[in-house]
Design a binder for this molecule. Structure first.
Ligand code: PXL
Length: 286
């Protein structure tokens, strides 16, 4: 049996809220991939709806954690970034991606900073500009429609769905510098929702649409990023990894809808078997 790929995810720990690291660790594990974490911050909850949350910025701890790993010879097949707590952390992540990746390792950037047309609490346009620098050096970027608009200076419209407009947006995102763009949160003309993959090397856009779920939930993007990363590390190509991550998120939303009281996060736990089954016969990318 091939070894298990080991990946690093850099993002916050929201202790309660079913997002960021508390989603990434179980989801990546369910994909059969070893998940290591460098926390960017520790919050009592996420910032999207709770009041009075605590927030400890861990910028000062990150260089020491990296130095220890370097001295131990610890390296990763992929480094992914999610919610980062400050612009300074973006420089730290850019540099650690260079030093901690194995040869041929993959850089995945989820520019987690906005949704539904709005920046998350605490972010500003200077952060967006800095995030575009991190996207420039990535192999894969995973923006949602709001983040894509912010990163490209495109006015946001929820119903932005015309294929020509989407193509323009994808080309602008690709012009930032990544090799592959995965654009999330698209709507099709016939009432479906889905995502798109644009590969710069062959100038190809591929869409995956599925039935609309009338539910938005916090942590959806984090679930997607974790499942996409895990699937990619199990040897799926970008399109197949995106399609599997999309199916997983839809199943998570279905599970979340079963409990209308569950307002703060995504009930991903009962959707994990989908990943385990769909990846069970795949070789790993090591
Ligand atoms: O899911 C993105 C996310 C991650 N971490 C924190 C957040 C959010 C979204 O609001 O607040 C702390």
């Amino acid at each position: 049996m091939a070894g298990i790929p080991r990946i690093l995810t850099v993002q916050d720990i929201s202790c309660v809220g079913q997002c960021s690291a508390t989603v990434a660790l179980p989801v990546i594990s369910a994909c059969g991939v070893e998940a290591c974490i460098m926390p960017s911050a520790i919050l009592s909850t996420h910032t999207g709806g709770f009041h009075g949350f605590t927030f400890r910025d861990l910028t000062a701890d990150m260089p020491g954690i990296e130095r220890h790993w370097l001295s131990e010879g610890i390296r990763f097949q992929a480094v992914t970034s999610g919610y980062l707590a400050s612009a300074v952390q973006i420089d730290i992540v850019r540099d650690l991606m260079e030093r901690l990746l194995l040869p041929g390792g993959v850089k995945i950037v989820d520019p987690a900073m906005a949704d539904h047309g709005k920046l998350y609490y605490g972010f500003d346009h200077a952060f967006v500009a800095k995030m575009s620098e991190l996207c420039a050096g990535a192999d894969y970027i995973l923006p949602n429609l709001t983040e894509a608009c912010l990163l490209t200076g495109t006015p946001y419209r929820q119903e932005l769905q015309d294929p020509e407009e989407i193509r323009t947006l994808l080309l602008k995102l690709a012009a930032l510098g990544p090799s592959t763009v995965v654009l999330k949160g698209l709507s099709s003309g016939d009432g479906k929702i889905g995502n798109a993959v644009y590969e710069v090397k062959n100038d190809r856009i591929r869409y995956y649409f599925t039935g609309r779920i009338e539910k938005n939930s916090h942590g959806t993007g984090d679930c997607f990023a974790a499942a996409f990363t895990g699937a990619l590390m199990r040897g799926l190509d970008a399109y197949d990894a995106m399609a599997l991550a999309t199916d997983f998120v839809v199943e998570c939303l279905r599970q979340t809808m079963k409990d209308p009281e569950h307002w703060y996060g995504i009930s991903f736990e009962r959707a994990l078997p989908l990943l385990i089954h769909r990846l069970s016969d795949k070789e790993s990318r090591v």
